[in-house]
Design a binder for this molecule. Structure first.
Ligand code: ADP
Length: 185
């Protein structure tokens, strides 16, 4: 089963992806986690993207697409995966769809976690993960970037017929139950 978990920063993609991963036994791939690991380990990729992540802006499409393509070639993703944080721009979505087509694979669903802006800011500022981009100024940039560059990905997937809206308000369990309903249908 191949799933995209989509939504603005703070919508709870990572939290929900981990629950899906555990219950359905499908590995999660988070581009944000991969970039943070690269920065922590001071790899060439990490050095290249550190300032970008710190600023709240997006890593260039070519860099992200190459990273994801390479990662998904790992045999552990052969039977499925949950994408968290990718695709985040329309060019990324197009590159990903191209890959699926080439491999003869289908997407089970594009699950969009929908949460109002005010709530997102609150959640991020209260989660205390110590991320350099979790300050009010950086969150503001991330939400702007989301609205300008990432939200168009929604329309792209609406046209593909796999878009499912998930109400992202409520407890973690309530939101997860809504996701399960879609995945089990
Ligand atoms: P959040 O959803 O909370 O903003 P992520 O962990 O998904 O956090 O991403 C953190 C940062 O990593 C982004 O602000 C961006 O700089 C970079 N990033 C992650 N995924 C992508 C992507 N698909 N394209 C471009 N940049 C990305």
């Amino acid at each position: 089963m191949r799933i995209i978990l989509f939504g603005p920063p703070g919508a709870g993609k990572g939290t929900q992806a981990k629950l899906i991963e555990k219950e359905y036994n499908i590995p999660q791939l988070s581009t944000g986690d991969m970039f943070r690991a690269a920065i922590k380990n001071q790899t060439p990729l990490g050095k290249k993207v550190k300032d970008i992540l710190d600023s709240g802006k997006l890593v260039p499409d070519a860099t992200v697409v190459e990273l994801v393509e390479e990662a998904l070639d790992d045999p552990r993703f052969e039977d499925g995966y949950i994408l968290d944080g990718f695709p985040r721009t329309v060019p990324q979505a197009k590159a990903f769809e191209e890959r699926l087509k080439k491999k003869g694979r289908k997407l089970k669903g594009f699950l969009s976690l929908e949460v109002p802006d005010e709530e997102l800011m609150k959640r991020i500022l209260s989660r205390g993960e110590g991320r350099a981009d979790d300050t009010p100024e950086k969150v503001k940039v991330r939400l702007e970037v989301y609205n300008e560059e990432t939200a168009p990905v929604l329309n792209y997937y609406k046209q593909q017929g796999v878009y499912r809206a998930i109400d992202g308000m409520g407890s973690i369990d309530e939101i997860y139950a809504r996701i399960k309903e879609v995945l089990d249908a």
